[in-house]
Design a protein around this ligand. Structure first.
Ligand code: CU
Length: 64
């Protein structure tokens, strides 16, 4: 399933990596695409949306 999140607070490539790793801790198979300029994170994953969102928030980023 494809999930799209608006993630605020990503300022550099390190943030993109941190968000990607947080998502892949929930689902190691998750395919993550990030458009930082648009605050847009697309995740192709079988995991629950709420679990993915919580992982990003625990990493310190806000999800709109
Ligand atoms: Cu950063």
């Amino acid at each position: 399933m494809q999930h799209v999140f608006e993630v605020q607070g990503m300022t550099c490539g390190h943030c993109e990596k941190a968000v990607t790793q947080a998502l892949q801790r929930i689902d190691p198979e998750a395919a993550v695409r990030i458009d930082r300029a648009q605050d847009r994170v697309e995740v192709e994953s079988t995991a629950e949306r709420s679990a993915l969102q919580a992982a990003v928030q625990e990493e310190g980023y806000s999800v709109a």
